[in-house]
Design a protein around this ligand. Structure first.
Ligand code: ATP
Ligand code: MG
Length: 393
C-alpha cells in the first residue's frame, strides 16, 4: 500500500480543447511546488492528478499543505492505493483509516468506479467493504444519509484508492494560463489580496513596488518582499521590481499643487508600471484599489489615474468591503505582515485636502511643470529586480 495525494481539478475540466494545455501547466506548477520536499511522480488520469512520493520519509503533511495552495485544484485527498480487489480495499480502509474509524460514531462507504471492467457494481462494493468494516469496528453505526465519516473507495485505471474525503483546494485556474500582468504591490492590506485574486484566475504576476527612500525605510521595503514571499506558494516564485520613487515625489512636491499630489503620484506609478509590463510581456496592470475607500479612489479619481496609459487596469477588489478584504488577507496569511507599522510612500506625501472629483484638464495642467517622460525613463532605468524566496511552509 502506498500513501499518495489525489487532487481534483476544478474549472479546467470545462475547457474543451484547451484542457491538455491547462493540465500541463497545472502539473508543471505542482511539480515546482513539490521540488523542495523530495522526489514525486506526478501524473494525470481521468480528470484527477496523482502525486506519489518516490522516497520513504517524505513529509506528506507538508506536501498536502503545499497542494492546498496550488490554483486549479478544488480538493486534495490523502489516499491509500491498493490492489483492485474488494478484500485489499477493506484492508486498506481498516488499517489506513483506523483513527477516523475509531473516533466516529457513524459511517458509510461510498464507491466509484471509473474502471468499468471492475467486476462488482459500486453499490455491491460499498456493501461488501461496509459490512466488513462494521464487523471490525462494531461500535460504528451505518448511516447512509448523514454519516460522521465517509469512507471513499475509488476504483481507477491503475489502482484502487481509499480515503476519508478531500480537504478544500485553492480553486481558481492554474497560474500561467491567464497570461501575465504587473501587480502594484504596496505594503498595505489590499494589494497583496488583489495580487492573490489575480493569480487565482490564472494570471502570472510580476510585483512592482515604488520605494521612496529615505521617506520610507528599508523595513518598509523588506515588508513588501516578505508579502511577495508569503504569496509565492500561491503565485509561484516571484521577483519584485523595486522602483526608486523619491525623485518623482520630490519633483511633484516642489512644482505641483498639493491637492493633486496623490493623483499625480499615482499617474506616475501607472506609467512606470506600464513600461515594466511591456518589457515583461505583461498585458494588464493590477491594483488593490477599492471604490470609495480613500480620496484617490472615487470614480473620477480612478479615471484620472488610468487616463495616462493604455493597458487595462484590473482592480479585483473594486467592490469589496474592507471586512471582506481583511478576511481574505487573514486566510492567505498576509494580514499580520500588512499591518506592521512601516509607512508607505503614499502616506508620507498625502495632501491635507485631496481633490476627490478631479477634472482631467486640471490634472494635466498641474503636470505641465514636470518632465514626465524623463522622470519615467529614469525610474524605469534604475528599477532593481529582487528575487524573493518561497515562504517556508
Ligand atoms: P493597499 O492596502 O494595497 O496599500 P490602499 O487602500 O492603501 O491599498 P492606496 O495607498 O491609495 O490604497 O493605493 C492604491 C493602490 O496603488 C494599492 O492597492 C497598490 O496597488 C498601489 N500602490 C500604492 N502604493 C504603492 C507602492 N508604494 N508600490 C506599489 N504599488 C502601490
Ligand atoms: Mg496603501
Amino acid at each position: 500500500m502506498k500513501d499518495i495525494l489525489l487532487l481534483k481539478q476544478g474549472e479546467l475540466i470545462l475547457k474543451g480543447l484547451n484542457k491538455r494545455r491547462f493540465e500541463q501547466k497545472l502539473i508543471g506548477n505542482i511539480k515546482r511546488r513539490l521540488r523542495s520536499l523530495g522526489p514525486f511522480r506526478v501524473y494525470s488520469a481521468q480528470s484527477a492528478i496523482y502525486v506519489e512520493p518516490e522516497d520513504e520519509g517524505i513529509n506528506m503533511d507538508k506536501a498536502l499543505e503545499a497542494m492546498q495552495k496550488v490554483f486549479g485544484i478544488v480538493s486534495v485527498s490523502r489516499a491509500y492505493s491498493c490492489p483492485k480487489d474488494p478484500d485489499a480495499v477493506f484492508e486498506a480502509a481498516h488499517d489506513y483509516l483506523r483513527e477516523q474509524l475509531l473516533a466516529a460514531h457513524s459511517f458509510k462507504v461510498e464507491s466509484r468506479r471509473s474502471d468499468k471492467r471492475f467486476p462488482m457494481t459500486s453499490i455491491a462494493l460499498s456493501q461488501y467493504v461496509g459490512g466488513k468494516l462494521h464487523n471490525a469496528y462494531p461500535h460504528l453505526r451505518v448511516d447512509v444519509h448523514n454519516p460522521e465519516l465517509t469512507v471513499n473507495v475509488e476504483i481507477r485505471e491503475y489502482s484502487a484508492y481509499v480515503h476519508a474525503g478531500g480537504l478544500p483546494g485553492a480553486g481558481g485556474l492554474p497560474v500561467g494560463t491567464g497570461g501575465r500582468a504587473v501587480s502594484l504591490l504596496s505594503g498595505g492590506i489590499d494589494s497583496p489580496v488583489a495580487t492573490w485574486m489575480a493569480a487565482k484566475r490564472g494570471i502570472a504576476v510580476i510585483p512592482v513596488h515604488f520605494f521612496s527612500f529615505p521617506y520610507t525605510s528599508e523595513q518598509a521595503k523588506q515588508k513588501v518582499l516578505d508579502l511577495a514571499s508569503i504569496l509565492s506558494p500561491y503565485c509561484g516564485k516571484m521577483a519584485v521590481e523595486i522602483v526608486p520613487f523619491t525623485r518623482i515625489q520630490e519633483e511633484i512636491r516642489k512644482h505641483c499643487p498639493e491637492k493633486y499630489f496623490t493623483l499625480l503620484m499615482r499617474r506616475f506609478m501607472m506609467r512606470i508600471s506600464e513600461k515594466i509590463a511591456e518589457r515583461n510581456g505583461c498585458k494588464a496592470l493590477i491594483t488593490g484599489e477599492n471604490l470609495g475607500q480613500v480620496a484617490s479612489q472615487t470614480m473620477e479619481a480612478l479615471a484620472v489615474t488610468e487616463e495616462c496609459i493604455s493597458l487595462p487596469v484590473l482592480r479585483p477588489l473594486i467592490c469589496f468591503d474592507k471586512g471582506e478584504i481583511v478576511s481574505i488577507a487573514r486566510k492567505i496569511g498576509t494580514y499580520e505582515t500588512s499591518i506592521l507599522p512601516y509607512e508607505d510612500c503614499c502616506t508620507v506625501f498625502t495632501p491635507r485636502h485631496p481633490k476627490t472629483k478631479p477634472r482631467i484638464e486640471d490634472v494635466r495642467q498641474a503636470e505641465i511643470p514636470l518632465d514626465v517622460s524623463l522622470l519615467v525613463d529614469e525610474a524605469v532605468e534604475n528599477t532593481e529586480r529582487v528575487d524573493v524566496p518561497v515562504w517556508p511552509l
